[in-house]
Design a protein around this ligand. Sequence first.
Ligand code: SF4
Length: 459
Amino acid sequence: MQETQENLEGRTTVAFATLGCKANQYDSSFLEAQLRARRFRLVDFKEKADIYIVNTCTVTDRADLDSRNLIRRAARRNPEAFKIVTGCYAQTKPGEVARVEGVDLVLGNDKKAKLLDYLELGRPERPMIEVDDIFRQTELETFGMASYSKNTRAFVKIQDGCNQFCTFCIIPYARGRNRSIPIPRVLEELRSLSERGFREAVLTGIHIGTYGHDREPATSLLELLKAIEATRPIHRVRVSSIDPEEVSEEMVELFAGSRVLCPHLHIPLQAGDDEILRLMRRRYTVAEFAGLCERLAARIPGLCIGTDVIVGFPYEDEARFENTHALLRDAPVHYFHVFPFSPKRGTKAAQMLGQVPPTLKKAHAARLRALSEAKSAEFRARFVGEEVEVLLERAEDVCQNGGHSEAVWTGFSENYLPVAVTTESGFSGKLVRCRLETKEGGTLAGKDQPGREKTAEGL
Ligand code: SF4
């Protein structure tokens, strides 16, 4: 289908489907913003469109299957559409993706930012693969956003790639080596988001703990956070995830005294047993993780610590699982994301012996999820009676109170507490101060305290 330029613009419809992590969601938003700027019309993936773009994930074999199903759905919706597949599955298995019925173009993560150029070329006669060696990628091209339509808080991808090669992880093969955005550009992006009314930004990427190590001269996440603290480009900043060995004492002190950095850290543990950590090729010990959590909890008031843990990694017998359970029971960690180990094609861990039976994995995952529920309920209860700052996201309910109407909005506090706020003047993206009165079904509730918002200089 050879279309002239002006035909493509202004009436061509594009539908996106995105799987996977915040970095991949960010890439899609980046591409959507570019398409909008060129007057393509974005429609829902459920609708018939002229162009379908599936931004895939490959973190598990299940994600590969979900990606193929989305491609087939697009092909059924409009067999004549230009169907483009990008993302991590496309990058790691281009041939496999190209063989899925209906695929026209397989675009690697390394070529994602050149999507518009490929649209100008039009739909190829037969499936085309545009995927190169991602490890040759030295710059991070998908950065800078025209708009954040859906989100109340803005995700800012400051880094991509990873040089670590943990044995269970395929991501380095899909995302390439560590690449970072220079500090001044990040600050500029945060300022422009604040000017557009965003009050919170979440720094995200693939392995942001290694942010800046690739720059000439090298810098670091600590230097970026210090620059944010010094210039305060936006009201509050959340760090999406950081590995234990990347949290220095200086960083602890910075968080302890900060008015910008949210007291919330997500620190992946993956396993609470040193032998399993060694088999995973992780770079810290159980004692180091526990010690770090104790220091953080002691130094940073109201800090919320979250973590990721894989259950059922090869060779994880009952005793080793109990080590993980005991660590998470006793350490000041307040919620955990629990992932039953799923062998990923192309990783070392998938070829390991000592695979754990699915039933045992399931039982262990259930125990950890129950523990996480109990610990996060205990953490929330600590804040009843406290005053917190909540970023309103969604209106849940409207009620009449005397002559005026009040609405219940939900959102998150600085330290990631889910809160239901009753207010007369809410809107999505508004920051309110709120005294937490009661705990209902796991959600804290409270009333908006007009006039108590942080003053102007607090942005
Ligand atoms: S640090 Fe490990 S788990 Fe994280 S992206 Fe890199 S290889 Fe994957």
